[in-house]
Design a protein around this ligand. Structure first.
Ligand code: FAD
Length: 380
């Protein structure tokens, strides 16, 4: 086992998993339970790097609670037998603490993790694939792409976006200059930014192009604000520091003597004395291997029922970009249910015993029929 930067990775592995976040480590654990040999997780930074880069004070929205002993799994756990709620003693851990849980999990599961190695691309090679990394080439029978999206902030094609600062580039809200700050985008990260800025004593205006997400009644948390965010927003709104404006489609930012002019498509505009915060989401984390995926009209990779690329057999995807028939698997408790699907596909090809997967099914960590996730199953 290795969590170090200098451990020598074999020239050829059975499975190379790219990214040591919850998706990469979670699927590595399932492969370990199936006794697949030579599984390596390659990480360009440290374990849980995306969480380490979250703004300070940002917390997981989904609650952690040690319910595993009752046959339920902590919503933020990457395995049925671990619980960040129990190990971190926090219901809504911050990014740094969640990264600690991931590191403990990698050690406890006995995973091979090589940190400080960046995968730059891959090619088919003979029966398998070859990864191009900043430390040379590595051959693999299978590759699982688990790079998430946090490393690829999106400016949504906004004209003048270089005058703003993306949410993912903020370390501490108190360091954002100005007493009055504009936030462009009003979904989870936009409201999280507003809450952090208000806590730091600033007045905040949130500009959201759509109908107010803070009033949306959609039952799927991938499409509406989480209860944790709504609850915090209700409290913060009473303080009067946050103004929410919906139906404001920001189309351009322009520099002018007094600051930065924020222009909406309907002719309205606002003057911001400092760089506004862009909470416009994230692009696909598959960029280094985009030539090996097909994408739908919304930019999501097209996948087989086993979450394999439709373009390159042997290349699988795990994590928040997995989607099937309009169902988004963009929370940990959702995408962890597909690890066993990928593991079964690989095990089938190498002839490994898959009986251990029954434990995953029994623990609600094996979802091979996504039609069961319809949001209208919730009555009240
Ligand atoms: C503010 C915020 C709050 C959130 N709250 C929640 C929540 O409450 N509950 C929830 O379920 N989800 C939440 N999410 C979403 C959750 O963080 C992501 O879905 C999750 O991190 C995805 O896991 P992952 O392993 O796919 O990606 P990541 O956690 O991003 O891990 C990907 C890893 O891949 C590495 N990597 C990237 N490219 C390369 C490369 N080329 N070579 C090698 N390594 C590479 C990165 O360094 C990183 O460590 C939140 C996200 C944000 C931004």
């Amino acid at each position: 086992m290795s969590l170090s930067e200098d451990r020598r990775i074999p020239d050829h592995v059975t499975v190379a998993i790219v990214g040591a976040g919850p998706a990469g480590l979670g699927v590595a654990r399932v492969l370990r339970d199936l006794a697949i040999p030579d599984v390596w997780v390659l990480e360009r930074g440290r374990i849980g790097q995306s969480f380490l880069r979250w703004p300070s004070g940002t917390r997981l929205l989904t609650p952690s609670f040690p319910v595993n002993v009752f046959g339920l799994t902590d919503l933020n756990a990457i395995s049925y037998d671990s619980s960040p709620g129990w190990s971190l003693k926090r219901e809504h851990p911050d990014g740094g603490r969640y990264a600690q849980y991931l590191e403990q999990a990698a050690l406890a599961f006995g995973l091979n993790v090589a940190c400080g190695i960046e995968v730059l691309g891959l090619e088919p090679h003979g029966e398998g694939l070859v990864l191009r990394t900043d430390r040379g080439e590595i051959g693999a029978d299978f590759v699982i792409w688990a790079c998430g999206q946090f490393g690829t902030p999106s400016d949504g094609g906004l004209i003048g976006a270089e005058l703003a600062r993306h949410y993912a580039a903020v370390g501490r809200w108190q360091d954002v200059p100005g007493d009055e700050v504009f936030v462009i985008g009003g979904y989870e990260s936009g409201i999280d930014a507003a809450l952090g800025l208000a806590r730091a004593g600033k007045r905040v205006t949130v500009l959201e192009r759509g109908a107010a997400p803070w009033q949306d009644r959609d039952k799927d948390p991938s499409r509406a604000l989480s209860p944790f965010t709504r609850q915090r927003l209700d409290v913060a709104m009473k303080g009067g520091a946050i103004t929410l404006i919906d139906g404001a489609e920001v189309v351009a930012l322009e520099e002018e003597p007094g600051g930065i002019r924020i222009l909406a498509g309907d002719g309205r505009s606002w003057l911001s004395s400092h760089a506004p915060i862009l909470a416009t989401g994230f692009a696909s984390g598959t960029a280094p291997v985009s030539g090996w995926f097909d994408y739908d009209e919304t930019g999501l990779p097209l996948l087989t029922p086993q979450d394999e690329s439709t373009e390159l057999p042997g290349l699988f995807l795990v994590g928040p970009e997995v989607s099937h028939n309009g169902h988004l698997f963009c929370f940990i408790y959702k995408f962890r249910q597909r690890f066993a699907v990928v593991a079964r596909a690989i095990a089938g090809r190498v002839g490994a015993d898959t009986s251990a997967l029954e434990l995953y099914r029994a623990n609600n960590m094996y979802l091979d029929d996504p039609t069961c996730c319809d949001a209208d199953k919730c009555l009240c």
